[in-house]
Design a protein around this ligand. Structure first.
Ligand code: C2E
Ligand code: MG
Ligand code: MG
Length: 632
């Protein structure tokens, strides 16, 4: 029954790799047949009435068939593990290792028809082995066991630990089951262990949510990483053709689940058609990745595929009955020629994502990235580590306008790094690096102290400044002592908790959210308010974000700015404003650059506006002057 359930789960799911799916299917069917035949022979033994029904000749067929199917199981198990690691039967020694024991076992089983040399079937319908020749068939099982152990040792490092454990257990149960079946009179221990082994696979390697993205139907990030790492171990050649779809993440963030999923599906079904074996992955956000086995990026197939994709993207896609045009940027990565390790891969991907924004629409190659960018990152890493001590950091303030009062009653603190050689370095460049190398904690502490000092030592309060928005990195949010540290700094400068507002961004990682929410709760209890920054980028889960106890939502500048290039994008912004207002939250519109934008946004009912139209971020003294001039 368990196996029947597994079979039905298996048939109802769409698995990523068709080969793996077929082998798994064959293995399940095989196990099922073994069980059925086992059952038939047991019934024959147990119920006298059946003996009249089935002839001794008939039971012989059943027993021999059962044996054949039992000996096919290790073969399928072996092939299954190989398919997991994309190992092909592509040379003679491999084929021999896999085929000989199985062929021997099958011949061994069928020999029961003609000779009694290996075993015979007794009058009661039992299989009786002759020793020692009857044991020779187990040599094959042992050979498989050795080969599988070798594969597992070699490849399990490409798996996460829970998957590695599951695979070892699978193999142990499979392999232990065979001798148990042969030695014990009853097969139930064997059948049970096989069922458990298969069930284990259904929940790990055959689990579609692990390997197939529900929204798009393409392979997940896990599946892609697994493909890359196993292929790298085997030194297989392949090329990834990546398609970066501009603004996709933004659109997905604000559309309802079904509409988003439908859009992803349209793109992924189109791309799937174009890649060999439908090997398409959607590792998340805005990139689709097509895998071309046995190919270098120079081959003309790649260029032709890109040409087709370009043509398709000139046509609109459908979303909720409307049409939307999307821009795409293609890039290629050649393995193992250009990228030969997982570390190098993530390095290339992080540089790629920055390079895509700057490039024109030719195919971006790894060689275009040049090591310069990687080196540039390293240089900045070094600058960031010393910038605080060297006094190269300064906090700037960007005023935020409140239309209802016509005053600038708040501002955002934005950090500036000025290197003597490189000049100003944008926080968009150095913040991710500071987060990686850990200096972010000291940096944000410095920003908080500077803000408090500004509030307590300048005339900003008198000129109408009510509160300052301060960015918190996600790294701050997971510090358990964040709340204590912030409150200590506030009291040191005699700044009220209501005079600062902390900006956080959404994440999708549950662990982070738990600690973050705890910090938010503690600080809110003390009177500090929060804003949700960059809302509309990333992967917004409106339902969850709506439950975050923030007072303000900051609509990201990409939403505001794109709203004025097309009707659909305008509707996106319009609906986001409506949702946020219906939740009873305040809205800050970021990145307003023109008077026309400001006018429209005020008309929509945003509570606060921040952007170059009113003022760029500026140093402390200039900011205080600004308040004095505009708020009196
Ligand atoms: P953010 O918090 O979303 O900050 C708003 C960014 O938009 C700032 O970029 C600001 O200069 C820019 N901006 C404001 N108005 C306009 C406009 O009208 N047009 C355009 N194009 N841009 C506008 P900035 O200063 O480069 O900061 C980038 C990001 O770096 C910030 O995004 C924030 O996430 C991070 N950041 C900046 N300072 C800090 C800090 O002290 N701590 C932390 N943790 N992050 C910071
Ligand atoms: Mg911010
Ligand atoms: Mg922002």
């Amino acid at each position: 029954m368990l196996i029947a359930v597994i079979m039905s789960i298996h048939l109802s799911e769409e698995a990523q790799y068709s080969k793996q799916k077929h082998i798994f299917g064959a293995m399940v069917v095989d196990a099922f047949v073994v069980n059925l035949l086992g059952l038939a022979s047991q019934i024959y033994l147990a119920i006298d009435a059946w003996r009249d029904f089935i002839t001794p000749e008939g039971i012989k067929y059943i027993l021999i068939a059962e044996k054949v199917f039992i000996y096919l199981l290790p073969y399928f198990a072996m092939r299954y593990v190989m398919s997991l690691f994309q190992l092909e039967l592509d040379n003679i020694p491999k084929i021999a290792i896999i085929a000989i024991p199985t062929v021997y076992a099958v011949v061994f089983c069928f020999s029961g028809f003609w000779t009694d040399f290996f075993y015979f079937i007794s009058d009661e319908g039992k299989v009786v082995y002759r020793y020692p020749q009857g044991a020779t068939v187990n040599i094959g099982v042992i050979l498989y066991f050795i080969f599988a152990t070798y594969l597992l040792i070699k490849y399990t490092k490409t798996l996460s630990s829970e998957k590695a454990i599951a695979l070892w257990l699978f193999y142990f149960l499979m392999m232990a089951g065979i001798p148990i079946r042969i030695m014990s009179k009853s097969g139930s221990v064997f059948e049970f262990s096989i069922s458990i082994a298969l069930l284990l696979c259904v929940y790990t390697f055959q689990n579609p949510s692990e390997f197939v993205d529900r929204m798009s139907g393409a392979g997940t990030r896990n599946a892609l990483n697994f493909y890359i790492s196993t292929s790298l171990i085997q030194k297989k050649e392949f090329t990834i053709l990546g398609i970066h779809v501009d603004k996709l993440a933004v659109i997905l963030g604000v559309e309802p689940m079904e509409a988003a999923s439908d859009l992803l599906n349209q793109i992924s079904s189109y791309l799937k058609e174009l890649c060999p074996d439908g090997n398409l992955f959607y590792p998340g956000e805005a990139d689709f990745m097509m895998v071309f086995p046995d190919m270098t990026p120079d081959e003309s197939v790649i260029e032709k595929t890109v040409e087709q994709i370009r043509k398709r993207f000139k046509e609109p896609w459908k979303i909720r009955g409307d049409e939307i045009k999307l821009l795409q940027s293609p890039y290629t990565i050649g393995f193992p020629e250009e990228v030969d390790s997982m570390d190098r891969y993530s390095e290339v991907m992080s540089v790629l994502s920055k390079a895509i924004l700057r490039q024109n629409r030719d195919i971006l190659r790894v060689s275009d990235l040049s090591l310069k960018m990687v080196e540039h990152d390293k240089k900045i890493d070094n600058i960031v580590k010393h910038a605080l001590d060297d006094g190269h950091m300064e906090v700037y303030y960007q005023p935020i306008y409140t239309p209802a009062t016509g005053r600038f009653s708040s501002c955002e603190a934005l950090l500036r790094l000025k290197d003597p050689q490189l000049g100003f370095i944008s926080p968009a460049v150095f913040m991710p690096i500071a987060e990686r190398n850990g200096t972010i904690l000291a940096i944000d502490k410095y920003v908080l102290s500077s803000v408090c000092e500004m509030i307590s030592t300048t005339a900003a309060r008198e000129y109408g400044l009510e509160y300052v928005e301060i960015n918190l990195s996600i790294v701050d949010c997971i510090q358990t002592n964040l709340a204590e540290n912030v409150l200590k700094t506030l009291s040191k400068y005699d700044v009220k908790p209501s005079e600062i507002n902390l900006e956080i961004t959404e994440t999708s990682e549950e662990g982070i959210n738990a600690v973050m929410e705890e910090n938010v709760r503690k600080l809110m209890a003390a009177g500090v308010d929060f804003s949700m920054d960059d809302f509309g980028t990333g992967y917004s889960n409106i339902a969850r974000v709506a439950n975050m106890p923030v007072k303000i939502f900051k609509l990201d500048k990409s939403i505001i700015q794109s709203a004025f290039d097309s009707e659909v994008n305008y509707m996106v912004m319009y609906n986001m404003v409506k949702i946020i207002k219906s939740l009873g939250k305040e809205i800050v519109a970021e990145g307003v650059e023109t008077g026309e934008q400001a006018r429209q946004i005020i008309k929509l009912g945003c509570n606060h506006i921040q952007g170059f139209f009113y003022s760029r971020p500026m140093p402390k003294d200039q900011f205080v002057e600004f308040l004095k001039e505009h708020n009196s």
